[in-house]
Ligand binder design. Sequence first.
Ligand SMILES: [Fe+2]
Ligand SMILES: [Fe+2]
Length: 145
Amino acid sequence: MLISWKKELEIGNELIDSQHRMLVMLLRKLDMAVKNKMEHKVIMGILLEIKLFTEFHFLSEENLMAELGYPNLREHEKIHSELLSQANVYIAKINRKQAFPDDVLATLHSWFANHVVNEDLKLATYVRSSTMRPIGEEFYGLYLK
Ligand SMILES: [Fe+2]
Ligand SMILES: [Fe+2]
């Protein structure tokens, strides 16, 4: 499986898009580690990076939703917490060597792409059309590429 950033994943919000690119980069890093048959400890370390960055990213999106009074906040939050708990189950299985990192990687990657083009795209569209602006949006250009 080739994990790479694709134009379709771009949803038009610089903050979210930059974090999504980071997540794709981490998934690709995991892919390389698996292909290079890195030791279990290294794979677990990268999975922890993915887990912590995903928690951070979900919180960023949830803060953005709260700032702009996003009407589907509860629903989107619920999806995030379900994704995280499912991911935790998979990570625990890999830790016990009851699942293959390659299979889990494919699952994480497809969850990610589906969530971005469905839920996150709706959020970005709402942010664009809202008269309220995200806190710090004027600084995006300075810090985000
Ligand atoms: Fe999301
Ligand atoms: Fe997202």
